[in-house]
Write a protein that binds this ligand. Structure first.
Ligand SMILES: C[S@@+](CC[C@H](N)C(=O)[O-])C[C@H]1O[C@@H](n2cnc3c(N)ncnc32)[C@H](O)[C@@H]1O
Length: 263
């Protein structure tokens, strides 16, 4: 058994496991940006394979994709040219003061800030990166979902799929670490190509809607939307023309916040 992040080390496998052929996440992000009148310069923080950054580029925005994974960045540069791609850490980054009109952060990327210091670093970095009046658009798991619900916890979830002729099987177990306020994931990968099993451990901060609202408000953001859908990873998924809901109860959380126009 080896330890690795099989998905972020293998961006093509990541896209095979989490396909988004209709570019729903990019379209949803663009819809938020457009509805709230964001300017053209967008930072996609935790951009992963670059597919959302590329979508925003294709609709006319000037996009920078940033990620910690060199493998993801190399894939994004080769597969999704157009945006600039840079290595940066969510926990603290400096890509220029007021260099962006918006920061987007999709598929739980903000939740890789596990500690309060890391969250502070992320939000301070976003503030520095954004022009006054800039927008933060984020989409992530909802910590509140796990209050009183155990349906996603404990029991291993098995997923099987074939990629480039190899059959892969992942067994994922989620547990709640209440002390650290983290959702911990253990995922074991096996494949039929003779490779040894790979165990991947990961975690997300369990952020609660009102905690997120407070963190943003305390840093000078006005929360414009905070809801559990529809969004790109909800069931039913978001479609053009569908407006945000008013609850924050289901398993995905969506936030749009505007930085104050005067610093
Ligand atoms: C679940 S993926 C989401 C990727 C992309 N936003 C999407 O929606 O497809 C999370 C991404 O965050 C990146 N990441 C994890 N920790 C990070 C950190 N501290 N700084 C920057 N990126 C990070 C990973 O490399 C990965 O590409």
């Amino acid at each position: 058994m080896t330890n690795a992040n099989l998905l972020t080390d293998n961006p093509e496998l990541y896209e095979a496991r989490f396909p988004d052929p209709g570019r729903l996440a990019g379209r949803w992000a663009e819809d938020c940006l457009r509805r709230h009148g964001a300017g053209p310069r967008v930072l996609d923080m935790g951009c992963g394979t670059g597919r959302d950054a590329a979508h925003l580029h294709h609709v006319g925005r000037t996009v920078t994709g940033a990620d910690l994974s060199e493998a993801m960045l190399a894939h994004a540069r080769a597969r999704y040219p157009g945006p600039a791609y840079v290595r940066a850490d969510l926990h603290g980054f400096d890509l220029g003061r007021a260099a962006f009109d918006a920061v987007v952060c999709l598929d739980s990327s903000p939740l890789y800030c596990h500690t309060n210091d890391q969250l502070d670093g992320f939000l301070s970095s976003c503030r520095r990166a954004m022009a006054p009046g800039g927008l933060l658009v984020a989409e992530m798991r909802n910590g509140a979902y796990f209050l009183g619900r155990t349906d996603l916890l404990g029991t291993p979830a098995v997923n099987a799929f074939t990629w480039q002729g190899t059959a892969y099987r992942s067994t994922t177990t989620l547990t709640v670490d209440r002390t650290a306020q983290l959702l911990r994931r253990t995922r074991v990968w096996t494949s039929d190509d003779g490779a040894p099993p790979v165990e991947q451990r990961s975690a997300w901060r369990l952020l609660f809607p009102q905690e997120l609202r407070h963190l943003l408000t305390a840093r000078g953001f006005e929360v414009l939307e905070l809801h559990d859908g529809p969004g790109p990873r909800t069931e039913p998924p978001w479609r053009e023309g569908r407006l945000p809901g008013r609850t924050a109860d289901a398993d995905r959380l969506h936030v749009v916040a505007r930085l104050a126009s005067t610093p």
